[in-house]
Design a protein around this ligand. Structure first.
Ligand SMILES: Cc1cc2nc3c(=O)[nH]c(=O)nc-3n(C[C@H](O)[C@H](O)[C@H](O)COP(=O)(O)OP(=O)(O)OC[C@H]3O[C@@H](n4cnc5c(N)ncnc54)[C@H](O)[C@@H]3O)c2cc1C
Length: 403
């Protein structure tokens, strides 16, 4: 198992329960500690933010109770620091053998086993590998901005844990989703001067009216049933039917990924952005160039005219795009051997095509988390997808082990 975020930890916990021998590598919860702003809150509800365990008692609610607090309320978003503590607690309780070292490379041997090389120099071979290395390697920066990345004038939201380094500086944040909007709020609160540039007008979810699903009136529960990803039929379908999503045509899966819980801010961000951070909506990027130590950004406005913006720095809050080529720990030969979506819409074209048990076209090579979302839909982008992934992958590995 490569990776010790929510997906790697959940799969390891399920393998342990099934008595399948495994080794798991990585820094626990590193994606959350090193690639997200420290003052951030989770957008997902406390009831949708549990890492799947094979036995009850290891959810976020249980952790909060064990820390002497309420199990969770819809109207109280979960701070990042709490979720990181929860992940570390989950690891201590459910995954006994974590090895805190990175995997340097994975190659395929002639006998169809995999050779794994660790950062420590240790080498060994295994019949199966699960890639659960998370989202940061898939950070997407639009081509108009990439030329300024090396100069340090452009970064991605995933590059920052502390936005106070921008205090006193002007920053353009590109994008209109949760990451972009929360980054702009945190920049503003840290004394920077952010401006959001986005194609669509930012929208914010409605605040929950009650604190738990059981408090919702019966008619609301019938009309807008609840599921792991939230309330309403589209979310019920995507939460409960990822196996069915896999059989949908590629363009429908791409549409689901784009639109289900698509770019929008959490309800609690509205008052921190609206009226506080300038937002230029209806704008698309045209070009970016270095100017006087900062950035000159050209954007096209809704009328088709080009507007010029000046900023000390640009942060791309433009999300993530799955691309097998960016999983650099896999050898080039292995990356090439993995069948991708090729003719699919651009969003899916470079993603691995996975079987019902999360295996790529290379037998024994599994992908979990965001890399599996183009196959199984939006559930796999979130922590609440860990149960579906961990059950299927651990069952498949247990069957191989028994056979
Ligand atoms: C700003 C932001 C906010 C988010 N908010 C939410 C939210 O509120 N709710 C939600 O459900 N989801 C949220 N997400 C999505 C969330 O990141 C994923 O749901 C979750 O992190 C996926 O878990 P993971 O285990 O796949 O990846 P990660 O958590 O990224 O973990 C990846 C692991 O792989 C390890 N790793 C990487 N390379 C190697 C290597 N070579 N060797 C060994 N280990 C390696 C890392 O150290 C890390 O431990 C958010 C994402 C972002 C960017």
């Amino acid at each position: 198992m490569v990776g010790a975020g929510p997906y790697g930890l959940a799969i390891a916990a399920h393998l342990q329960a099934r008595k399948v021998p495994y080794r798991i590598f990585g820094e626990p919860m590193e994606g959350w500690r090193s690639h997200m702003p420290r003052e951030m809150y989770l957008k997902s509800s406390p009831f949708s933010s549990s890492i799947s365990a094979p036995a009850p008692g290891h959810g976020l609610g249980a952790f909060r109770v064990q820390e002497g607090r309420h199990p969770g309320r819809e109207r109280e978003p979960v701070p990042l620091s709490e979720f990181v503590r929860y992940g570390l607690w989950f690891q201590r309780n459910c995954v006994s053998e974590l090895e805190r070292t990175a995997v340097h490379g994975i190659d395929r041997l002639r006998d169809d086993r995999f050779r794994v090389t660790l950062d420590t120099g240790e080498e060994f071979s295994v019949p199966a590998v699960v890639v659960a290395t998370g989202i940061s390697s898939f950070a997407y920066v639009p081509s108009e901005l990439t030329g300024l990345r090396e100069d340090g004038l452009v970064s991605h939201t995933a590059d920052h844990t502390d936005l106070s380094v921008f205090a006193g500086r002007s920053v353009v944040v590109v994008g209109g989703g949760q990451s972009a909007l929360e980054t702009s709020a945190l920049l503003n609160e840290a004394g920077a001067q952010p401006t959001v540039v986005t194609r669509t007008r930012p929208s914010f979810g409605p605040p929950p009216l009650v604190d738990t699903a059981q408090d919702r009136p019966l008619h609301a529960r019938l009309l807008w049933p609840g599921a792991a990803m939230g309330t309403g039929w589209p979310l019920v379908v995507c939460s409960r039917g990822p196996a069915a999503v896999r059989h949908l045509p590629a363009r429908v899966r791409a549409h689901l990924l784009r639109t289900v819980l698509g770019p929008s801010g959490a309800w609690w961000l509205r008052e921190r952005v609206q009226g506080r951070v300038p937002v230029l909506s209806g704008r698309s990027l045209h070009s970016a160039a270095r100017e006087n130590g900062g950035v000159r950004l050209e954007v096209r406005n809704p009328g088709g005219d080009v507007e010029i913006l000046h900023a000390d720095h640009v942060i791309a809050g433009t999300g993530y795009l799955v691309d097998v080529e960016r999983v650099e720990l896999l050898s080039q030969g292995l990356r090439r051997a993995v069948r991708k979506g090729a003719a699919d819409p651009p969003q899916l074209a470079d993603a691995p095509q996975l079987s019902a048990d999360f295996q790529a076209s290379v037998p024994g090579l599994y992908f979990a988390g965001l890399a599996a979302a183009p196959t199984f839909g939006p559930l796999l982008r979130f922590v609440c997808g860990t149960g579906f992934a961990a059950k299927r992958i651990s069952a498949s590995l247990a069957a191989d082990h028994a056979g």
